[in-house]
Design a binder for this molecule. Structure first.
Ligand code: GUN
Length: 286
């Protein structure tokens, strides 16, 4: 029997824990976590993501500060807003929704955010901390994948993990997080030779390649755990990077799209914001 990994369930449990922590911070330190979300321009998908993040904040008791800027916002104006949010004591997390309009420099924006408020975990200081095994902010999507694997008691130690995709947001941090849990990790990508053959060696296959339904039964070893990070809008609706119907019966566990990794990304954003707030007042939840 294949286990269907229910991201909505794990995300709900994560958010319940976050809400309890918000309460503790409020009661014991008199502080309420705050998340500033900055959206530049009018990309419809970004607008809907941002709306969902604001709803999540309301659900767990995090104050959300909403900054919607016109598409022609200059780098100087955006920099000024980030500086203001960096200095604002009520703001513990800052998220600038990507992608930014072409005339803005994403790298400069990421580097301008105070690393302790970088709840995306994209700042070089946080990425560097991950490489060095430090307790710095980690990117939400790969962190959400780790939480799912933990919640479903999927052992990683000594297992062969293949991460398909090498993006800075998902693939690279994902490989490091799996390595941290003592998996033997290979990062595969579009130029990998015999990609399907390599993926077939995986006990755990995390797919973040951005190609609708690319991973079919030729990529999957019987009994493998399949985590599909893909979210592709197609004529047949939202589909992942994995051809779910073709691989489901082979897998021991698999995430659906939607309802798998997607809800976890937002739950981990809430979790990172609460952690940033706790750190700012030297509070530990242990
Ligand atoms: N755009 C798509 N995913 C993300 C994300 O995780 N963080 C930010 N800031 N922008 C995104």
């Amino acid at each position: 029997m294949t286990t269907i990994i229910d991201g909505n369930k794990t995300a709900a449990a994560t958010k319940t824990q976050v809400a309890e922590r918000v309460e503790r911070l409020h009661n014991e330190r008199g502080v309420t976590p705050g998340l500033a979300v900055v959206l530049v321009g009018d990309d419809p998908a970004s607008h809907s993501y941002v709306a969902m993040k604001e709803r999540d904040c309301a659900e767990v008791g995090i104050t959300s500060f909403d900054h919607r800027l016109p598409a022609d916002t200059s780098q100087e104006e955006l920099n000024a807003l980030i500086d203001e949010l960096n200095a604002d004591e009520a703001v513990h997390g800052i998220l600038v929704q990507m992608p930014l309009p072409d005339h803005l420099d994403e790298e400069a924006v990421i580097e301008r955010i105070e690393p302790t408020k970088d709840v995306d975990g994209f700042h070089p200081q946080n990425m560097g901390g991950l490489v060095r095994g430090q307790d710095t902010m980690r990117a939400c999507t790969p962190l959400g994948v780790m939480r799912l694997l933990e919640d479903y008691d999927i052992a990683l130690e000594g297992k062969r993990a293949v991460v398909l995709g090498r993006s800075t947001i998902v693939g690279k941090p994902q490989a490091l997080l799996l390595l941290e849990k003592n998996a033997t990790v290979t990062t595969a990508h579009s130029r990998t030779k015999d990609l399907a053959g390599l993926c077939r060696e995986a006990d755990i296959l995390v797919v973040a390649i951005g190609q609708p339904k690319m991973v079919d039964e030729t990529y999957v070893k019987e009994g493998a755990v399949i985590i599909d990070v893909g979210i592709n809008r197609t004529d047949e609706g939202l589909v992942g990077d994995v051809d779910y119907d073709m691989v489901e019966s082979l897998a021991s566990a698999i995430t659906p799209v939607p309802g798998g990794v997607g809800p976890m990304t937002r739950a981990m954003l809430m979790s990172n914001t609460v952690d940033a707030c706790a750190k700012s007042v030297d509070y530990s939840f242990d």
